[in-house]
Each structure stands twice: as C-alpha cells, then as structure tokens.
Unconditional design. Structure first.
Length: 134
C-alpha cells in the first residue's frame, strides 16, 4: 500500500512503474500485490504487443491468486497473438481453466492445438501430458 501511494505521488501519468512492479511481485510469487499493481495499468493506453504483455502477466497473476474465471477473460483475447509464446501461454491456461470448469471438450481442443510437432515449447509438452492424463 505504501509503495502504491509513493508511485502515485511520484509518477502521476506513467503506467510503466506499476507494470514493472506488478511483474516483479508476480516473479516473487506475491500474487495479491501483483494483481493490485497490474490492475492500476488497466486504464492505461496500450496496444499491440504492450497490451498483450500486460494481459498475459495480469491474467497469470489472477490465475495464481485464485481468480481463475477473471483470468480466463484476459487469457482468451491473447490466444490469437502473433507472438507464439503469448498465444501458447494463453491457450494452455485457458485450457486448464476450462478443464477445471468441466469444459473438457474445449480444454482438449486447446491442448490439441498446442500438442503439435510444429510446436516445441514448454506449453506443448505440458499440453501433451494433459492429454495423456485423461
């Protein structure tokens, strides 16, 4: 709370400190603080890769904080990102959330898109494991 007040007083028109501090809080697994800082960025004018970057970090912090339904609302728009890492993260976590909500068909479809020989990433491997576990 003290950090947020200090940031507001020192940097009235900049969102970057909130974004960076929120990501930093997420990296040390302080998800409640990460969510608070990243929420401050929502009103900022962002577009393209910067907006996707924020959405990915905010959605992940929400997910880890336990706000899975709200997290899905932020993961879904970035599933079609031209950035492969962003789209893979979004698809994987959207599938995990869908599975937990009893939407197995939707989850399996998304994991199927990731479980491809063309995709060699952490999320492709995790998707493969999820599909084999059913």
């Amino acid at each position: 709370l003290i950090h947020q007040r200090a940031l507001r007083q020192l940097i009235e028109n900049s969102c970057e400190p909130y974004l960076l501090f929120g990501i930093q809080q997420s990296s040390i697994k302080n998800y409640s603080s990460a969510v608070q800082y990243l929420e401050e960025v929502e009103h900022c004018r962002m577009e393209g890769p910067q907006l996707e970057y924020w959405m990915m970090h905010y959605a992940y912090a929400l997910y880890m904080f336990g706000e899975k339904t709200k997290a899905a609302d932020y993961f879904k728009p970035i599933m079609q990102s031209t950035n492969n890492v962003t789209s893979e993260v979004a698809k994987y976590f959207t599938a995990v959330i869908a599975k937990a909500d009893g939407k197995s068909v939707e989850a399996d479809k998304l994991w199927g898109e990731l479980d491809s020989p063309a995709i060699d990433s952490k999320y492709a491997i995790l998707a493969r494991w999820q599909r084999q576990a059913k």
